[in-house]
Design a protein around this ligand. Sequence first.
Ligand code: SDX
Length: 426
Amino acid sequence: MTESITITDNRTGESVEIPILNGGVDSGGWAKLLGNVWFSDDAFSHTAIGESSITQIVGAEGILRYRGYPIEQLALRSTYLEVAYLLLFGELPTPDQFDGWRDEITHHTYIHENFRKRFMESFRYDAHPMGVLVSSLAALSTYYPEAKDIEDPEVRMRQIVRLIAKVPTMAAAAHRFSIGMPFVYPDNDLDFTSNFLSMMFRVAEPRYHCHPAVRRALEILFILHADHSQNCSTTTARVVGSAHADPYSVVAAACAALYGPRHGGANEAVLAMLRDIGSYENVDPFIADVKAGKCRLMGFGHRVYKNYDPRARIIKEAADEVFQLAGRSPLLDIALKLEEVALADEYFISRRLYPNVDFYSGLIYEALKFPTNMFTVLFAIPRTAGWLAHWSEMLERSSRISRPRQLYVGHPERDYVPMAERTPSA
Ligand code: SDX
């Protein structure tokens, strides 16, 4: 059996054989045989945007690996900064490499005072932190005009370091502004995750001290959210990056995509859903509404995973440790009941709908005292590394500008009609 496909144009009887390589077939053979006949694939469900060596997902088996390392091992043994290094450079760092990487990130955590005071704090008092973050990322490009020189690897790396280092500071600044608390400057004696917690929660104490279990739980969540191949926001990063926009604009676009409730906004939507359900007794009626198409079970389903999202399993385990510390959330029982009912119900089984990364993450964030409007921001912080790793990989592979075709189904040519002669169209 040859690893190839053959397509035939029945209008001419001509055929072309195309090899199956790395799990895909190249469009070149199609284009050669079929010229201006486009392959139509709504929402890119069956289309590969290109080759990547960063993250592998095997959806049917619930497998997720960063540069070949299983997510279960990284969540258990690594840190977010080490995983960010792995995603960007392709290998786990040596001690010297990690020390250099950590120092680079640590010494770029500050944001320009004017940028914070005059731009970030110019929003309404109740502005959603994601709206502030998306806007601020785009605005940050105006502070680093050199970033447009995306052909220069050193310039690219300087912006990558700045973005990974500054996004937590910007995220925390947006939160503090939204609750009327003073901005907390980065504490460069703290590790990446502790520093973020300090900028979020420090009040008047001279130095913020977080419980090791809290820091570890957030570290695991950052690792799990760092990358996920061609998800909507990462594909957005690659598409915008293919126009050779600067990396701040690229990450702002990706962050805007993540904001959607079908994507990164789902963790916030899950909490709202659990609160709306309100009690154990309401679970069955809610599931009936989902099956009737009245609403979706947020935190369930995935374009790629047709099995349990491995991240959801890890988060569920991490949740137990956090709840032992912070107290068990009453919403957890509703979530567990929802999962139990859904996984036994033909509607979900037949559609291969399982809990995804967002189903339990919000419960942990709530137990860690993060406000709900920060949940998607907590997704954006670690995913910045994934967006930038894919942006770099795309530029290094010298890809062309992303510009898909369409199937035009609109009006054929027609002549202009003067205003006076027009009748209301159906
Ligand atoms: C993330 O891509 C990634 O990798 C994303 C992500 C990452 O790390 O970047 O993993 C993070 O975004 C996770 C997904 C978070 N979103 C949600 O939890 C929102 C709820 N889920 C869905 O809206 C949905 O499942 C998607 C958006 C996640 C996936 O949508 P698809 O692949 O386009 O599936 P679909 O909409 O075509 O649904 C197929 C069927 C439909 O039923 P029928 O029309 O066949 O009758 O399944 C049903 C859908 O109605 N369905 C659901 C459902 N998800 C799909 N029914 C009820 N509840 C749901 N959650």
